[in-house]
Design a protein around this ligand. Sequence first.
Ligand code: ZN
Length: 88
Amino acid sequence: MPGLVRLLLVLAVGYLVIAGIRRLFLPAASSGQKRARQEHAQGADGVALVQDPQCGRFIPQDEAIQVSRRGRTVYFCSQECRAAYRAA
Ligand SMILES: [Zn+2]
């Protein structure tokens, strides 16, 4: 019987350790991703990047397909994304 109690104790401690590690690492990973996305808003060579609202990809502004809609400009990476966005 003491052996069973010890086994349960080890399992409980192991579960708490794993839960604590996951809580430590998961929020850090998601905030790191957000930071990386923001850094992508400016290219390494200083070219302004724009985001395709259809697929979410960042493309250099001078390579993007520009569409003016109700006074604001939207940028697309491809004609397919532009067509899909207009159809939506
Ligand atoms: Zn796209």
